[in-house]
Design a protein around this ligand. Structure first.
Ligand SMILES: Nc1ncnc2c1ncn2[C@@H]1O[C@H](COP(=O)(O)OP(=O)(O)OP(=O)(O)O)[C@@H](O)[C@H]1O
Ligand SMILES: [Mg+2]
Length: 310
């Protein structure tokens, strides 16, 4: 959590688009909001849209808006890109965006302007896009359901939120946080979490991540008596029955190599954005030769968003 916080502070001042990846319930939306409120756009609007929640034929109307009279009875609708002007647009579940809309979105990110459906005027776009997905976009690209060029536009910076099972040391803190939240909300004070209960939380593998922990803590407080010490037998059945070995059998998915690659990718992308894509300056800042930088960029798949301006 500390590492993610630090990254939010570092990335916030950058204007680059961000792709947030992570399993369900890891806090992607929370991180997107935090990025916005730490950014230079904090005074501008923050708008969120979930690609799975809009019917496929309305996705483009939602994003780009529509002029009145485009078809019989169509009223004018202002799209999200215009509503979010000067702020941040959070595109959730971007991996589920229909192919045709992906092409339009790519165009907006490249041209920094758009047209309303049925409109003939180019409207300048001043929006930072933060996208999120719990899908593996690399696989989606290989399978042909996600555009690679769009991926690189969105993932100028990539923020991976680890699953809760990979940062179990944060569990006591998070559990205590949610305990306080629900004690206040339900106006009931318990005697706190017994060490055996905390141990049981650490043994569980948390497929639903922080959201699942939040729900578990709400259940605990809801069922507790005033002043009661919360013990393992008060947990829901799935948590009561886990054994310590089950947790240890699940290895962390984060390999050191991947973590190093990820850090390099982020630092290079950040430096490219800061130096307007000037590779000589970037190489100097990062202590690399220009050739060394280029080789790293090729290996890590980092593209230079300003390449066309040079
Ligand atoms: N570090 C944290 N501290 C406190 N609450 C958190 C933290 N991370 C996540 N949460 C809470 O967990 C819940 C899930 O977070 P969020 O909705 O951001 O997840 P998500 O990654 O967008 O999930 P999904 O992929 O299912 O949409 C929210 O109620 C959020 O407030
Ligand atoms: Mg979400």
């Amino acid at each position: 959590i500390q590492r993610v916080r630090q990254q939010i502070r570092n990335l916030g001042k950058s204007e680059a688009n961000v792709l947030i990846t992570g399993e369900t319930g890891t806090g992607k939306e929370l991180v997107a909001r935090a990025l916005h409120f730490h950014s230079l756009r904090a005074d501008g609007p923050f708008l969120g849209v979930n690609c799975t929640a809009i019917p496929e034929n309305l996705v483009e109307t939602e994003f780009f808006g529509i002029e009145a009279g485009t078809a019989t009875g169509v009223k004018k609708h202002t799209g999200l890109f215009e509503q979010a002007h000067g702020g941040t647009l959070f595109i959730d579940e971007v991996g589920d965006m229909p192919a045709a809309s992906q092409a339009k979105l790519l165009r907006v990110l490249q041209e920094r302007s758009m047209r309303r459906i049925g409109g003939d005027r180019e409207i300048p776009v001043n929006v930072r896009v933060i996208a999120a997905t719990n899908k593996n976009l690399t696989e989606a690209i290989a399978g042909g359901s996600f555009r690679e060029d769009l991926f690189y536009r969105l993932a100028v910076l990539e923020l991976r939120i680890p699953p809760l099972r990979d940062h179990r040391d944060d569990l006591p803190l998070l559990a205590q946080h949610f305990l306080n939240v629900f004690e206040n909300k339900l106006r009931r004070k318990t005697a706190g979490l017994a060490p055996e209960l905390l141990q049981q939380l650490e043994n569980y593998h948390w497929p639903g991540n922080v959201r699942e922990l939040e729900n578990e803590m709400e259940r605990l407080v809801t069922l507790a008596d005033e002043g009661q010490l919360l013990r393992p037998e008060h947990l829901s059945p799935k948590l009561r029955s886990v054994s310590p070995s089950a947790a240890r059998l699940r290895p962390s998915s984060l390999l050191l190599r991947d973590a190093v690659d990820q850090l390099e990718r982020e630092m290079i992308a950040e430096a490219l954005s800061r130096h307007n894509g000037n590779k000589s300056q970037v190489a100097r800042t990062l202590g690399l030769s220009r050739l060394g930088l280029q080789q790293k960029m090729d290996r890590l798949g980092v593209t230079n968003p300003n390449a066309d301006k040079q």
